[in-house]
Design a protein around this ligand. Structure first.
Ligand SMILES: *Cc1c(COP(=O)(O)O)cnc(C)c1O
Length: 318
């Protein structure tokens, strides 16, 4: 079997990210709660996408790409971070984003403007239209280009989170549960596969913040990433747990999510976001209330970033 680090990888972030105990919330919730600070990955405003981009952009560079396309919602953290990383590496980012959501010059839109990034909006709900538009623009400009899927969530990108699980193992603390947000699937699939490989006795829980069929997406990405690693593993539904944390819809704040953002901010001085990490932490709080975690068990919440989203939202109304 190969290890993630056997694949070409560019150094863009600052790793390992810290693992720390949340003392105040541990006391309050009666569980041993820790956090992995993947909001501090060290480029842009940090966040989980950097781990995937280290692998994806290595492939883009190796292929001689001059343009890097990616996509997502109008306030995509992934798209913003892709632009920051591509700029650093001397490739030209082109973002083709879905038009629905907050397109005003706030949050990640503002950051893209500050970087001078080319951002195009497409009025579609189908990513196939957007990938076709990437091919059209790439061909028209006559430059070699590389397309990164929404969220960087393909098998190669997911290796970033297989590697994160290896990093957690190396940091030496054992966790009974790992909890993360699941939006396009690569983070959860990578962590769940990585836990199977490097973290025996750890259950990974994906808090679904969108309505895609994650019960199909998660094992498929896990199998594809395992195939890349040439790992002889059978992936079954006992290798991961999923929980709905979407509330009223993707990128629409939920009362539980916003309460979780406020709780983490007030008790620990750490800022979550309303689209991903707030809803995911809200799911963790509900699991704690329901007794999912047994006394004495240790729980690791993976803070996947999203700070840009905090500043795209009207909190008075939220
Ligand atoms: C993209 C994103 C996620 C979800 O990760 P996926 O790999 O897309 O499932 C979680 N948190 C933040 C802040 C993100 O930007």
């Amino acid at each position: 079997m190969k290890q993630p680090n056997d694949f070409p990888r560019l150094s863009l972030g600052i790793f390992p990210t810290p693992v720390r105990k949340l003392e105040n919330l541990s006391r309050q919730l009666g569980i041993e709660l820790w956090i992995k600070r993947d909001d501090l990955t060290g480029l842009g405003l940090g966040g989980n996408k950097l781990r995937k981009l280290e692998f994806l952009l290595a492939e883009a560079k190796a292929q001689g790409a001059e343009l890097v396309f990616t996509t997502g919602g109008a306030q995509s953290n992934h798209a913003m971070l892709t632009a920051a990383a591509a700029n650093r590496l001397g490739m030209e980012p082109v973002l083709i984003l879905k038009k629905r959501g907050v397109t005003a010059c706030r949050g990640n839109q503002l950051l893209e403007k500050l970087m001078g990034t080319e951002v195009l909006f497409m009025d579609t709900d189908d990513y196939a239209d957007i990938y076709a538009e990437m091919d059209r623009i790439g061909a028209a400009r006559g430059k070699p280009y590389y397309k990164i899927p929404c969220g960087g969530s393909n098998a190669l990108g997911s290796l970033g989170y297989v590697e994160c699980a290896r990093e957690i193992a190396e940091q030496g603390e054992h966790f009974d549960h790992i909890v993360c947000a699941e939006g396009s699937g690569g983070t959860m699939a990578g962590l769940a596969l990585g836990a199977k490989l490097y973290l025996p006795g750890t259950t990974v829980h994906g808090m679904m913040v969108d309505t895609d069929p994650f019960d199909e997406i998660t094992p498929r990405l896990m199998r594809e990433a395992a195939a890349l690693l040439e790992a002889e593993l059978a992936i079954t539904s006992s290798d991961y747990r999923l929980r709905d944390a979407c509330g009223p819809g993707y990128a629409i704040p939920s009362a539980e999510g916003n309460a979780a953002v406020r709780l983490m901010a007030a008790r620990e001085g750490i800022f979550l976001d309303p689209v991903y990490t707030g809803k995911a932490f809200g799911g963790l709080l509900a699991m704690a209330r329901e007794g999912t975690f047994r006394p004495g068990e240790r729980v690791l919440f993976v803070h996947t970033g999203g700070a840009g989203g905090l500043f795209a939202m009207d909190w008075e109304e939220a």
